[in-house]
Design a protein around this ligand. Sequence first.
Ligand SMILES: [Zn+2]
Ligand SMILES: [Zn+2]
Length: 391
Amino acid sequence: MVDVNLRMNKEINIKNYEFLFKVYKEYYFKNIEILQPPKEMQSREFGIMTFDSKVIRHLSFSNIGKLKAYVVQNVPSDIYCSNAYYQFPTFPINEKGWKGADMIFDIDLKDLLLPCQKEHTFYICSTCGIIYKDFIKLCNQCKGIKIIQNTIPCSKCIRFLKKETSNLIGFLIKDFGIKEQNIEVSFSGNTGFHIIVFDEDFLLLDSRCRSDIVGYLMGKNLSLESLGIRNNKQSYKIKIPLSGYSYGWRKRIAQKIKISEISNDKLNKLIKKIGGYEAFKKEIDKLIFEIGIKIDPQVTTDIHRIFRMVGSLNSKSGLSKIKCQNLDKFDPLNDSCFFLDNRDIDISINTSLNFNFKGKTYLLDKSTATVPLSVAVYLISKKIANVVKYS
Ligand SMILES: [Zn+2]
Ligand SMILES: [Zn+2]
């Protein structure tokens, strides 16, 4: 019986891929202009993922026309472009002649640890296709161990993602002196934002320097000494730093706990009230975690990474990666979906769902449903639904 189910799941997956391939092909055919050339295109490495999950790297395109022709002809499931500039983009990594890399930050739902995640995260067995609402390591049905975790972001998720992105931009401008016009924000096409810094001062930084920047943004290793509080055996001493609390992390913490550099009386009283040096340190650590930016350190420190290309489809969601001109007003589940809803698709759903998409609320139960093309692409890409009928 299990064997029959697995075979059926394989057939269902093939049908899903055939459907997605067809609609992706249409997307690129109609929207090819959405693919924008990255800066110094000829110095970049490109990579693609095919619909049968093959990764092809070390590609190079001398102009956007050639890339567009390649995409329309091959219809990749995902298209990537390096943050690095190379002398020889098609050579193996160590022989490429690295000329620098844009600094990129990734703000993703997985790092925000929001409590609402539980309500809209699904665990899907990629062997038999069964969907679980609670975390599992091993599929009860087929004992498969390949479990994919997918989430359908709610409005709260989107709000927090945007807030975290704004906070990061605030740090980059105020603490690193990066000009706003040198910061580009894009929606990743699934559950996050990519923040790219185009600034010559950061171009040549190696992984270690980038890791230091990430550490600063996250507030790692920030000590009470930097606020002027020194541990003195069982007690503590306060000596406000000469430069006061006028910038950086000191300013942020001073503002939060409402202390000023004019007098240390208030700070002294506060530490006593909380219960001394160690208790105060714990409180400040909590505050640092709250203020610090939740980013994926590996993304920023990798200077040879390939990133999803602006305008390309994200096969994990069927949404496009696009630049955000106005982050406040940006609505990812509307503004990054370019599939026209000029036809309906029959899908089968393996779980119950309640979500918003393109301004509409969908309540779907374990059954078949007829939904607009964009919704079908979204749910099938998320592996939460299967295609039944399409034309
Ligand atoms: Zn299974
Ligand atoms: Zn949420």
